[in-house]
Design a protein around this ligand. Structure first.
Ligand code: TXA
Ligand code: MG
Length: 351
């Protein structure tokens, strides 16, 4: 299959109406289109067409018990898809939609089992990115979309990442530039009496608590589950985000972290090692292989660059990677959740 890549202007969606019309035609004839959102690029199909949705699993190599998120371009599109929208769900929608938050509701029959992974719930997101909104609206149907990466690899935050993973396997990529937040959406299950955080993201737990003070946190958000335990978001059980390298997180004060990573570099001096560092620490390492992920003073820059840096580790062929750890508050909870998975929970705590 030939993958068509079409570039749109994210600042002026009116300019590219013919591109959105072409993308809608692909979707409405059962094809796959990758598109940007403010979190990561998604790989979209018509969420109401089980046969089309199956192609997503094939292109990504994704296990079919891992359900997809249905994306909408207006809140009015929600009511046809889900039942029982609780008062707290409405408050969360009012506070954070459109934006980087996904809500899990009881599903209506219109959602096929391919989209919901056989569950009786469905995850729905109303993205803020204008290209995403314009694309979904042009299609006229909800768009089922996981992150547009090969299963297990870091999520794509650039059209070039999608091309690298999926060229020849999907019909079209809409290139709308880089993704603002760079981490997948926060997922909150609002299908029960008490909301539950299933995956942390740029809508932080602190922000959610202001709207829903009794929110609970699924155990899979915080660390590795024991044998036999199941995360509530099926996708949280899979290894994720992993570069080919063996990744170790080192966390402690800035000084101790740099010192420890330098001694690890010495220990592994016969291997191709890389360090994922910050603006504040980048000059402290005894190697040239330093990738700067962002600034500790502005953790949102770390979130935005995280997947790009993990992909770079493969590009440079690093076999061993040391990455600095961060405090698990605010956006740090989402950053560490992704890093821990990338590292297979391999973490050295210094304090
Ligand atoms: O930011 C995002 O959420 C991106 C963009 C494209 O919207 N999408 C994304 O999709 O990250 P994906 O498939 O990579 O991750 C979706 C997660 C998986 O862990 C899946 O198991 C969970 O959402 N999920 C989907 N439907 C669910 C449901 N009904 N109940 C619980 N978890 C669900
Ligand atoms: Mg994903």
């Amino acid at each position: 299959m030939k993958t068509t890549i079409l570039t749109v202007d994210p600042t002026n969606t009116q300019l590219n109406n013919e591109i959105y019309a072409k993308a809608a035609e692909v979707i409405n004839t059962g094809g796959l289109v990758a598109f940007p959102t403010e979190t990561v690029y998604g790989l979209g199909a018509n969420a109401l067409d089980g046969t089309a949705v199956k192609k997503i699993y094939e292109a990504k190599g994704r296990p079919s018990d891992n359900p997809l998120i249905a994306h909408i371009s207006d809140i009015s599109e929600l009511y046809a898809l889900v039942k029982d929208i609780s008062p707290v769900a409405q408050k969360l929608m009012k506070a954070f939609w459109p934006g980087p938050m996904t809500l899990v509701f009881k599903k209506k029959d219109i959602i096929p089992k391919e989209t919901s992974g056989g569950l009786d719930t469905v995850a729905v997101r109303f993205p803020e990115n204008r290209v995403a909104q314009h694309f979904i609206a042009a299609c006229g149907v909800p768009i089922a979309a996981p992150s547009a990466n090969t299963s297990g690899k870091p999520s794509p935050t650039r059209a070039s990442h999608v091309e690298f993973d999926l060229d020849g396997k999907i019909d079209m990529i809409i290139d709308g530039g880089h993704c603002e937040f760079g981490l997948e959406s926060t997922i909150v299950d609002v299908s029960g009496d008490v909301p539950c955080l299933l995956r942390p993201g740029s809508v932080t737990l602190e922000m959610l608590k202001e709207i829903a003070p009794d929110i609970t946190v699924d155990k899979a958000v915080l660390g590795k589950l024991n044998e036999g335990e199941r995360p509530k978001a099926p996708g949280m059980k899979y290894t994720h985000y992993s570069p080919d390298a063996n990744v170790t997180i080192v966390r402690g004060s800035v000084d101790k972290t740099v010192k420890e990573i330098n001694s690890l570099l010495e220990e592994h001096k016969n291997e191709n090692c890389g360090v994922i560092a910050t603006e504040e620490t980048k000059d402290g390492y005894n190697t040239k292989n330093v990738l700067v992920i962002g600034s500790r003073k502005h953790p949102e820059t770390i979130a935005a660059n995280l997947f790009k840096m993990l992909r770079k580790c493969d590009y440079y062929g690093y076999k061993v990677v040391f990455v600095e750890g961060f405090p698990e508050s605010e956006i740090g909870l989402a950053i560490m959740n992704r890093l821990k998975k990338a590292a297979g929970y391999n973490i050295i705590e210094l304090n």
